[in-house]
Design a protein around this ligand. Sequence first.
Ligand code: ATP
Ligand code: MG
Length: 254
Amino acid sequence: MARRRQLYEGKAKILFEGPEPGTLVQYFKDDATAFNAQKKGTITGKGVLNNRISEFLMIKLAEINVPTHFIRRLNMREQLIKEVEIIPIEVVVRNIAAGSIAQRLGIPEGTRLPRSIVEYYYKNDQLNDPMVAEEHITAFGWATPQDMDDIIHLTLRINDFLTGLFLGVGITLVDFKIEFGRLYENEDMRIVLADEISPDNCRLWDAKTNEKMDKDRFRRDLGKIEEAYQEVARRLGILPEAGARDMKGPETMQ
Ligand SMILES: Nc1ncnc2c1ncn2[C@@H]1O[C@H](COP(=O)(O)OP(=O)(O)OP(=O)(O)O)[C@@H](O)[C@H]1O
Ligand SMILES: [Mg+2]
């Protein structure tokens, strides 16, 4: 396949021009970063697993009418997506206290929150992705009040659905981060789920033991990182039969 024009290289993924106008190819790397890229490393096979896990979850979400950017998986590390205008907000949903909310508010990690809490962070690496209120988002025009209505509704549906889906395979969905974008079709604009949903941006704990099965294993040097990502894929029923085999295999392999 002719090499595509690279449009953007991020910390975890590369975006290439897609085969048709309005499409992109998202390539999933094994690179891992934490604490705003102060900590860097590689998780072997992560890109392959995240590509599959995000595909699986976006397809499931589309089945309950959550619009997403996902079109189809192309190979082990690449998926075809609809190009959207990314809303520069990271939407975080928390069901159980962990990470920054535990630290900032002094809530012991593992405490179930009184209800699911939605937080917003302004996507700006130079500023360290600061937390912002809906007031900032609408006042500065990053999203309109109508966009925010759609985003909140979709986010809560996504949380309910994914919480149940993961619980069904013995995993507690502690929290997660998602991104949305504007998709223009003819005269219409729709807010759609973009980016990825994977153990890179979810906290996933084993429902019985509370063992961490996500990027916190990398952030906190807990070891068995590759195994944790594989176990998530295995429980979702999407790991190729032979398990970890070929995770570094040729990217054209299906
Ligand atoms: N459908 C889409 N259309 C356009 N851009 C997208 C789409 N889905 C995701 N993106 C953007 O592609 C990039 C994915 O790369 P990656 O996740 O590696 O970035 P990153 O290093 O986390 O940087 P950023 O702070 O920009 O998210 C992100 O900037 C994300 O917002
Ligand atoms: Mg990202």
